[in-house]
Design a protein around this ligand. Sequence first.
Ligand code: KPL
Length: 298
Amino acid sequence: MIGILGAGSLGRLWAALFPQDQVAFLPRPDADPAAATLGYTFESIQGSQRTIALPWLQSPDDLTLLLVTTKAGDTLDALQHWLPRIPESAPIVLFQNGLGSQQAVADAWPERPILAASTTEGANRPDAARVVHAGTGETWVGPLTSAARTELAGVVAQLSITGLLVHAEDEILPRLWQKLVVNAGINPFTAILDCPNGDILANEFFLSHIDPLCSEIARLMAAGGIGTPSPEELRQRIETVARNTARNTSSMRGDILNGRTTEIDFINGYLVQLGRRLDIPTAVNQLLTDKVKQLSPH
Ligand code: KPL
């Protein structure tokens, strides 16, 4: 049985695409035990609609794979609750945005096969009962602990059953960083300016902060041994994604509009923490983190 922890858009996307008798959601600790199934309408990339009704997992002992699609800030607590009941051999794939939460999990359970995934699949929930696969993408999966190395090929094979494009990636950290850069350069601006991704590009607040932001990130990447992209390359990457997703509401703006805690601590906040450790100033990341925190509950 494949388990999914985290019933947001991404968890529901994967759940809809696995053979339905092989997948179940792990209930939240506070879930109503009487609620037998999790139901929603799934709209495929071709536009066809299907009703999904998946059981809540009753016994975690026969899990062969766990996909963790919780928000970054909820991940450690959710796993602390479940992992004592999940077989030590079951690979755990972390899908969180940003950085920091994945390392915290790998540090807490170094003996387990823990992997991280970076995906560009687009899914959203126009309302509570509907999940739309809005854009096809690719998913890279790679090991975070040494026990995960031997599991990588098997995990990629299992995830590929969904028909989504999944690649094995031995060095997952640089991939996670690529996404972090894009999120750090788009999400806080859309949240602060309360606008879709594309609208940041002509905004004065974005234009006056993007170059110093990219310089901070480039220095952090070089000092952290992640790579040596120039600030200009980083800006180009950010602006290309903002243009390609111009009408999207970013996940961070969505969190604020829905009164949820954002993932800022794992995006620009993570870069501030790293700057402290590496003695690199991160004034722009700090400013963006502070401004987003003023907007969100925490
Ligand atoms: O990943 C995203 C997010 O919203 O978190 C981007 C790439 C910014 C697309 O909206």
